[in-house]
Write a protein of this length. Structure first.
Length: 237
């Protein structure tokens, strides 16, 4: 304790309620129906959406709605110690919660028997990759023209050195007391994903949740700007 916050500032000079720098670009892949690239602090994330298209094999189909299939994958070179390629417990868990968060805003009933595939590739990882991944995937879904109630946005808050802070970087995630990643539908502030690692008192939890919602709303602004930029460019061409 006492190493991560000095004179009210964090190790990278951020205030407790400040995000890392975030850049979002929509429509970066030619082959995908929709795509997005996100840089968020030291994270670099690519998302590609394919579909809606017929789900095969047929016995996997749902006659009432589309299946939303998000796959979170960490490149073996994305972390300090080379990550063994392929799915592990952690990436299966993140894929599941990401699929559920995104499915809850998509009008899946419009596409019976279909699948919407969402590939999230973590090229560089520096904590907060699930939030960066959901943020990229949401922009890619909008870029693909998938009908949604809202464009989900994600952000984490947490606790380091006894203080509630926004958007943990690697050292804060590793040495801090808690991490609370969330995803929201920004228009209604409906919570689409909420996970927690570590310990918070109820009061701290409320404070962290409020901060993470504020962060997500700022991320939402950046997502919309990225989509507007993309469509402005298409219009000009
Ligand atoms: N990490 C790693 N190797 C792994 C998994 C994670 O080095 O196999 C690092 C990576 O920087 C990641 C961070 O640990 O961003 C935090 O991981 P966590 O499971 O909390 O998910 P995240 O915060 O990325 O959503």
């Amino acid at each position: 304790m006492g190493e991560l916050i000095k004179d009210g500032l964090r190790i990278d000079g951020r205030k407790p309620d400040e995000l890392r720098p975030i850049k979002i670009e929509a429509g970066v892949l030619y082959r995908a129906d929709g795509s997005a690239y996100v840089e968020w602090g030291g994270n670099k994330v690519l998302a590609a959406v394919y579909g809606p298209r017929e789900l095969l094999p047929k016995h996997m189909q749902d006659p009432t709605k589309a299946v939303v299939n998000a796959r979170y994958n960490m490149a073996s070179f994305s972390v300090e110690d080379r990550k063994r390629p392929g799915p592990d417990r952690r990436s299966i868990e993140i894929s599941k919660v990401t699929s559920e968060a995104l499915e809850s805003v998509i009008f899946t009933e419009l596409f019976p028997r279909a699948v919407i595939d969402i590939n999230i590739e973590i090229l560089d990882a520096e904590a907060g990759t699930r939030c960066a991944g959901i943020t990229a995937a949401a922009v890619a879904l909008a870029d693909a023209g998938i009908p949604m109630r809202d464009i989900p946005a994600a952000c984490a808050a947490g606790k380091v050195d006894g203080q509630v802070v926004l958007d943990l970087r690697k050292e804060e995630d590793q040495e801090g007391e808690a991490d609370l990643p969330i995803a929201i539908a920004p228009r209604t502030e409906e919570i689409l994903l909420l996970q927690m690692d570590g310990h918070l008192t109820y009061k701290e939890f409320e404070e962290a949740l409020e901060l993470a919602i504020k962060g997500s709303k700022y991320v939402s602004k950046l997502q919309k700007e990225a989509l507007r930029r993309k469509y402005k460019k298409v219009e000009e061409e």
